[in-house]
Design a protein around this ligand. Sequence first.
Ligand code: G3H
Ligand code: 13P
Ligand code: ZN
Length: 317
Amino acid sequence: MIVTTKQLFEVAYEKFAVGAYNINNMEQTLGLFRGNLQSKAPFIIQISKGARKYAEVKMLEAMIRAAEEIFPDAVFAVHLDHGDEETCYDCIESGFYSSVMIDASHLPLEENIAVVKRVVEKAHAKGISVEAELGKLGGVEEDIKVDEKHASLTDPDEAAEFVERTKCDSLAVAIGTSHGAYKFSGGQGLHFDRIKAIQKLLPNFPLVMHGSSSVPQEEVKRINDAGGKIPTTAKGVNEEEFAKAIPLGVTKVNIDTDGRLVWTRVHREFFRDEPDQFDFRKPGKVFMAEYANFIAHKNEKLLSAGTLDDVRKTASK
Ligand code: G3H
Ligand code: 13P
Ligand code: ZN
């Protein structure tokens, strides 16, 4: 059942965070649905502009529609990740997406507000939820790299004004995370004081945490032992911190990089250990099972595991 992110957030707020996972291909899609059902969790499928280009818009939609039929118990939102204005309109018009993110965080405040207002107007007219972003995360996203000193945390007063004026349904905030596998070194942790200050001015309003992968050292080591060259200095979010961020209003947690690391490790190890193999379905099968377990594990940490029946009841009212 496809629902809006707003419907998911109404059930989740302060209790659990909904995992938002990016998909690009069939193996990820099957692993994603299996892992969420395995852990009885609602979820958000995220589609980036890069995914729309790589897998073709029609193919992605057909894959998700097929998965919906194969897994009738799944409850999920279909969400555009880091959209620009034009792609948001495309998704809103398509009638398929239940949620879009308009990412105009690189623009000055007034321009960001103006763009988000236009998208909200069109999306809400069709019952589609809108996520916007304020503040600057670090890391690499859509080929744009923001280094540590140019990243800036979201200002709470600006956030309150932004939500009031734009009427967006959720807000991606910069609270110490960064995108990609080459995250900030040092493991500085989440800025809980900042999240608290934002929640104080925006009570009951869902906050979104981007760049929430952990980049597990063990995973990076296994990839490098099998021929990879991923820097070992990067540190992501400590998974134990999700539970502390949830009562402060963090209701959507975006994870992509950690899943890519699972793919890379499975395939590097498979072809290292079985150099005579060329049937890609063999590592594909291993990946799907491991990806499902990975999703189930993340859902445990996000406290969304086991909430599916409640969410279905509330969402189908
Ligand atoms: O934040 C970006 C997501 O990880 C999606 O990455 O734009 O390379 O598909 P992508
Ligand atoms: P990671 O790169 O930390 O997985 O973040 C993904 C993300 O924020 C997608 O929007
Ligand atoms: Zn992101």
